[in-house]
Write a protein that binds this ligand. Structure first.
Ligand code: UDX
Length: 447
């Protein structure tokens, strides 16, 4: 089956999906309403940092399988399958997800759907959205029942987007209730994902609401796992125990596993924080809010880690930030990303700045985004520049170049050899042996 695919929304998810689908051999058009993004992508440049994606983008632009547009007419004319990959951010001042972009995309596309096609939602949405959108498409599309909606949640991680798209852990699809339409949707998606299925990737066919819930419950589980170990870190701090040893010991239990058991500054980014909040809001609307009250605690434990980090830094400075210089290593919400959405690192840096310190930040990739969002902070061109004359250095995002830092080299530029490791990324003994006062979240002070 030769399918011509379109991808609506060219953020992290959409740009990756478009480039990877073209790499699998499909003809693909990506659409965005932001002309600047379209110009950048058409010229082979990513509007964000994602390791390994730019070469995939470029080779598919060059071989002619991939192009970008702002025209829905062009998209509807071209595509057999339309993937909806637009963002669903948190509503301002509320927990719920803002579905404006999804609704607008569907409303722009549906009236132009004149021939049989499949619309595939990939955006993370509150349960019940697919059913609502299916009705919206049926109401507006000239092709009526021949324009079928499927849901196909995406689980990719930033920093591993290409790998996760081409070799996912599983593929989940939500299909409509009508048998004919359901069979058609499954057949089309099986054909598109054939290379993954040939690798033995599990393929789960469900109804709309189940497929929508798989995504949000996966993120809720991951967030819970991180907050669980961070809750243990709080107890470790009170009991003078070491959460990194605790986490290692837990990880050998196959039922628990070691992934997402890294204690530290907690989770941030464009997904986990807003997804658990939107999940709580949606459960409330459905009358099932009691089922998810634990997620409020998960969120609070996560926020408490940022406060604890600030307290620890202040403690290391003798109780006040006034007239003190703080070097901050990391601005992105995690390594291998330039994404600063809900970044714990920048939250901590801004709070310390607000309490009177001079704060100099360095991040290998997120400087431009960080500078735009926090013009009040000072920025250095390297870890050494950020740490220059610092009374305390804070490691807030565990980039490899920070893990590998030489404590003697850094020690030569600071005012005081004082470091707080917010990600449990450094070897305490190595740093203490080099004359540093080393503190970390969830670990005891030096013996
Ligand atoms: C997440 C999900 O992993 C992905 O499946 C989904 O599609 C989107 O949301 P992402 O936001 O890219 O992906 O980041 P992820 O790697 O999950 O990390 C999230 C946050 O958790 C980061 O801030 C990271 O620093 C933190 N984290 C992760 C921890 O604090 N400890 C850990 O052990 C793991």
């Amino acid at each position: 089956m030769a399918h011509r695919l379109t991808v609506i929304g060219t953020g992290y998810l959409g740009a990756t999906h478009a480039a990877c689908m073209a790499d699998l051999g499909f003809e693909v058009i990506g659409l965005d309403i932001d002309q600047r993004k379209i110009d950048q992508l058409s010229a082979g440049h990513l509007p964000f940092y994602e390791p390994g994606l730019e070469p995939v983008l470029r080779r598919n632009l060059e071989n002619g399988r991939l192009r970008f547009t702002t025209s829905y007419e062009e998209l509807a004319e071209f595509g057999d399958v339309h993937f909806v990959c637009v963002g669903t951010p948190q509503k301002l001042g509320e927990y719920a997800a803002d579905l404006t972009f999804v609704d607008e995309a569907v409303d722009a596309l549906a009236p132009l759907l004149r021939r049989p096609c499949l619309v595939v939602g990939k955006s993370t949405v509150p349960v019940g959205t697919a059913g609502r959108l299916a009705e919206r498409i049926a109401r507006q599309a000239p092709a009526a029942g021949d324009a079928v909606l499927a849901w196909n949640p995406e689980f990719l991680r930033e920093g591993f987007a290409v790998q996760d798209t081409l070799h996912p852990d599983r593929i989940v699809i939500g299909v409509p209730g009508e048998q004919g339409a359901a069979e058609h949707a499954e057949k089309v998606l099986r054909a598109i994902y054939a290379p993954m299925l040939a690798e033995g990737t599990p393929f789960i066919v469900a109804d709309y609401p189940t497929s929508e819930l798989v995504k949000v419950s996966a993120n809720a589980f991951l967030a819970t796992k991180i907050s669980f170990i961070n809750a243990m870190a709080e107890v470790c701090e009170a009991a003078h125990a070491d959460v990194t040893k605790l986490s290692e010991a837990l990880s050998y239990d196959d039922r628990i596993g070691g992934k997402f058991l890294g204690a530290g500054l907690g989770f941030g980014g464009g997904c986990l924080p807003k997804d658990i909040r939107a999940f709580m809001a949606r459960a409330g609307e459905l009358g099932a809010d009691q089922a998810l009250t634990f997620l409020r605690e998960v969120d609070e434990i996560n926020i408490r880690r940022r406060i604890r980090m600030v307290d620890l830094a202040r403690h290391q400075l003798g109780g006040s930030f006034i007239d003190r210089t703080v070097g901050v290593l990391g601005a992105a919400f995690k390594p291998n990303s330039d994404d600063i959405r809900d970044s714990p690192a920048l939250d901590v840096a801004a709070s310390i700045r607000g309490q009177g310190a001079t704060v100099t930040v360095y991040d290998p990739q997120a400087m431009e985004n960080a500078r735009r969002a926090h013009p009040d902070l000072t920025f250095g061109g390297s870890a050494l520049e950020a740490a220059k004359d610092a009374h305390v250095v804070l490691l807030l995002t565990e980039w490899a170049e920070f893990r590998d830092m030489d404590p003697f080299e850094l020690g030569a530029v600071v005012a005081e050899k004082n470091i707080v490791d917010g990600r449990n990324a450094l070897d305490p003994e190595r740093w203490r042996a080099a004359g540093w006062s080393y503190r970390a979240l969830g670990r005891p002070q030096a013996p």
